[in-house]
Design a binder for this molecule. Structure first.
Ligand code: SAH
Length: 353
């Protein structure tokens, strides 16, 4: 067996791989080694998740945010950004459209903050659940356990709350007035309430090293998350991190591949950020471990205002050009679009590890 193959097999077989082994793979640059990594990860994806490319339609219903994250264009100190909040009718129309495209998961995402009324979102959830047979994922940041409970009882199925980086010091350096332990506590509460929970990181954050990324992957494994979103950092001109270099596409792909090999059956999206670099790397992501796409169903004119980073993929495409685009991507890969709700493999016990 070649040396790279030996290392990959050891990582695959380990209950919890070592930081050093992961770091070594993350440092690979050669075509042959990277080829082995990506083929290995693609095989693990096929064995544990099959050939279906799962769809999650995302609606970014507000860009108001009370946080000051140094990398994010929605941070409250960005006064250049025009803020919006979709009303119930607008949201309902966007969801009807998404349903008409045969998509069975809606991700409702927004900035964080008290402006988001608990009961308003509860009613939105109840309304969707009473009208459609579909899964609801929330991604509205850190809230109280009571809020999470109310929304879960109203019918929300899943929750996305990325750790961004699992390094507490690094986390604190870019999240003023936020507490790493609080974020961990939120993830624990969400899991205990029975949400399918997604975490993830940003690759290429200032101060991040290969070791930190290796530890992120261990964090993902330990957390037994249902989904892991991995995307490159993209600088935004109106943030503290303006002028920082972009995250590296190869390193993001390596992180995706290793996360697949280590966590086996989690859902891993080829993220919008991965599609928003110098070219669209989402296809590459799907070839090295990813099994999910997240088409954007935020209606214009709001879509261009949800500017977490600039030049976001699909920002000017008309809503609904997604379906043919998604089918095209799956076909190019010799795979198919899975139009089911596609719950977590960990929940359904399907190919459970
Ligand atoms: N308020 C929600 C949603 C945040 S936006 C929450 O806190 O969970 C969704 C994701 O966008 C974030 O989790 C972060 O990983 C990503 N993001 C924000 N700014 C980014 C940037 N400049 N480059 C890459 N990803 C970014």
């Amino acid at each position: 067996m070649s040396k790279p193959a030996e290392l990959l097999n050891r990582i695959y077989a380990a209950g919890l791989p070592s930081v050093e082994d992961l770091e070594e793979v993350l440092s690979w640059q050669g075509r042959v080694e990277l080829g082995e990594l990506f083929v290995f990860a693609d095989k693990v994806r096929k064995d544990f998740c099959g050939d279906g490319v799962i769809l999650r339609g995302i609606i970014e219903f507000s860009n108001f945010c009370d946080r000051e994250c140094f990398y994010c264009g929605l941070n409250k100190n960005n006064r250049r950004l025009e803020r919006y909040r979709m009303d119930k009718d607008e949201l309902s129309n966007a969801i009807e459209y998404l349903v008409s495209c045969n998509i069975k998961t809606v991700v409702l995402q927004s900035g964080d903050g008290k402006w988001l009324d608990t009961l308003w979102l509860k009613e939105v959830i109840e309304n969707i659940k009473s009208r459609f047979d579909m899964a609801i994922t929330l991604s509205v940041g850190e809230r109280s356990a009571d809020d999470y409970r109310v929304w879960r009882q109203a019918g929300a199925d899943r929750y996305l709350l990325k750790i961004e980086t699992s390094d507490e010091g690094l986390y604190s350096s870019m999240h003023p007035k936020m507490d790493f332990k609080q974020r961990l506590a939120c993830l624990g509460v969400l899991q205990n309430l029975g949400y399918q929970v997604g975490s993830g990181n940003i690759v290429g954050l200032s101060g991040q090293t290969l070791k930190t990324i290796a530890r992120d992957i261990i964090f993902f494994k330990r957390g037994n998350f249902d989904m892991i979103g991995i995307g490159p950092f993209i600088p935004h001109q109106d943030t503290e991190f303006a002028g920082q270099p972009k995250g590296d596409a190869q390193l993001s792909l390596k992180t995706i591949a290793l996360t697949r090999i280590v966590t086996k059956n989690t859902h891993i999206p080829a993220t919008t950020a991965l599609g928003s670099l110098d070219k669209d790397y989402r296809l590459d992501g799907l070839k090295c471990g990813a099994n999910v796409l997240m088409p954007n169903f935020t209606p214009q004119p709001y879509r261009k205002l949800y500017e977490i980073y600039p030049q976001k993929r699909c920002v000017s495409e008309p809503v609904g050009s997604c379906r043919s685009c998604m089918d095209g991507i799956a076909k190019d890969l010799g795979r198919f679009i899975d139009y089911s709700k596609a719950d977590s493999f960990k929940l359904t016990g399907d190919r459970y590890v």
